[in-house]
Design a protein around this ligand. Structure first.
Ligand code: ACO
Length: 329
């Protein structure tokens, strides 16, 4: 016996403090005009010093659980997709389990960069389809502000902090996750990397001095990868689902750069009105982008039962991930 798996609740949390392009003009050699023209970003949220990724996750999770009318004890599994865990270990998912009192849930973190939430959706939904689990909490959460080199204008203008969550459960046949495409090209790993702090370059005074604990990015290579992989992933998913782009009610792409999103719109030949864009307000929140967007889209009344929602992302790894979800709420 198999079951249909779908999203039954969503929620998000964005820290109160914001950092505008004008604020950044005072920190590095950049300008509001450059950032808007090259990325589309105007402002981003920054976590308070007392907040770590599990704190942001907790707030988003509470909202998603309320939306799903689900109690923490009902959760069988918690997956937190993040590149900025509170600690190397224990996992942020375990910390979140303790905060929520979700004592029946197995827990793990998932590292797939900005594709992490869609990876979690793909893997999590199969655990429901197979009958292994009934309810799963997926979280995409980041405090990227903690791993940014605030003196590097190439990267510090791009990122923001935030968290989004979704509860997965059994839904009516024909609804929920219809198709998934997960992939990676590990040969591009060096293009987006936090080189210090792991077993290759353990933390030392030298790694701190060299900013090895911050994001190192070859923006042009990542840009090329993204413009190729995102549209390809969408086409693969549509093929798997037996649909065309005209059947997609809403496309939620990863929010890394407005120009990457525009490129995908052109390649896929989808109307702009059917593409969710919030990069101007949040910047790139890595794994949090898609669940935050889903929550905002639901709150804006843009998601209705039966809508075909396409999610697509790319990120560190390099990875890509796409999913087509028939909205079941
Ligand atoms: N302000 C002003 N000038 C800048 C800034 C800035 N903030 N940043 C770079 N520049 C300069 C560069 O130094 C360069 O100057 P030069 O020509 O004198 O050397 C010039 O602008 C052009 O630089 P490019 O790198 O060619 O700029 P580009 O138009 O490619 O935009 C960007 C750079 C925004 C980083 C783009 O390449 C991009 O978005 N790449 C993808 C990034 C991405 O998706 N990352 C995902 C990370 S997600 C994760 O997993 C954490």
């Amino acid at each position: 016996m198999t079951y249909a798996a779908g999203i039954i609740g969503v929620g998000c949390y964005l820290p109160e403090k914001t950092l505008t392009n004008q604020d950044l003009e005072k920190m590095v050699d950049t300008s509001d005009a450059w950032i808007i023209e090259r990325t589309g970003i105007r402002t981003r949220h920054i976590a308070a010093p007392s907040q770590a990724t599990s704190d942001l996750s907790y707030e988003a999770a509470l909202r998603a659980l309320a939306d799903a009318k689900t109690k923490p004890e009902e959760l069988d599994l918690i997956i937190v997709a993040t590149e900025t865990p509170d600690y190397k270990y224990p996992s942020t998912a375990c910390l979140l389990q303790a905060k929520l009192g979700a004592k029946n849930a197995a827990c793990f973190d998932l590292s797939a960069g900005c594709s992490g939430f869609v990876y979690a959706l793909g893997i999590g939904s199969q655990s429901i389809v197979s009958g292994l689990y009934k309810k799963i909490l997926l979280v995409g959460a980041e405090t990227l502000s903690r791993i940014i080199n605030w003196t590097d204008r190439n990267t510090c203008v791009l990122f923001g902090d935030g968290a989004g969550a979704a509860v997965l459960g059994r839904v009516e046949e024909g609804y929920g996750v219809l198709a998934v495409d997960l992939g990676a090209d590990g040969t591009g790993g060096e293009h987006l990397i936090q080189p210090g702090g792991g077993s290759r370059n353990p933390a030392s005074h030298a790694t701190v001095d060299a900013h090895d604990h911050t994001i190192h990015m070859n923006g042009r290579e990542v840009f090329k990868f993204a413009t190729r992989r995102m549209p390809n992933a969408c086409k693969t998913i549509l093929q798997k689902a037996g649909m065309t782009i005209d059947d997609v009610t809403l496309l939620i792409p990863h929010q890394a750069n407005r120009r990457i999103i525009d490129n995908a719109i052109n390649r896929l030949k989808i109307d702009r009105e059917r593409v969710w864009v919030n990069i101007d307000r949040h910047g790139n929140m890595s794994a949090a982008c898609i669940p935050v967007s889903l929550t905002e889209a639901q709150e804006a009344g843009c998601l209705h039962k039966g809508d075909n929602v396409m999610l697509v992302a790319f990120g560190a790894g390099l990875t890509w991930a796409g999913a087509l979800v028939k909205w079941a709420k």
